[in-house]
Design a protein around this ligand. Structure first.
Ligand SMILES: [Zn+2]
Length: 83
C-alpha cells in the first residue's frame, strides 16, 4: 500500500518502488527476495519467490518493504505448512 507521507516523520519526500539488489558474481544485480519453500524433497526443491520493493523516506531514511506478489507467497506459505 502506498502512503504519501512518511509514517515515521511525516515528510512527503517518499521514493516509491525502489529496487533492493544484491550484487552477485561479476556484479550481477539480483533483486533481493523472500522465499517460501513449497516442497520437502532433498532435491528439486521448489520455491515461491517474492521480490522486495522498498518505499524510502528522503528525509529520515525510513524504509518500508513490500513484496510484489503477496498472494502467491501466502498460498505457498499455506501449502508449505501442510507438508
Ligand atoms: Zn521519514
Amino acid at each position: 500500500m502506498k502512503n504519501d507521507i512518511c509514517n515515521a516523520c511525516g515528510s512527503s519526500k517518499l521514493m516509491h518502488d525502489m529496487k533492493i539488489v544484491d550484487f552477485g558474481h561479476g556484479n550481477v544485480k539480483n533483486d533481493l527476495s523472500v522465499i517460501v519453500q513449497t516442497t520437502d524433497r532433498a532435491f528439486l526443491n521448489k520455491f515461491e519467490k517474492g521480490k522486495l520493493r522498498a518505499q524510502i523516506c528522503g528525509s529520515c531514511g525510513k524504509v518500508d518493504l513490500t513484496v510484489v506478489n503477496p498472494q502467491e507467497l501466502w498460498e505457498a506459505y499455506l501449502k508449505n505448512k501442510s507438508i
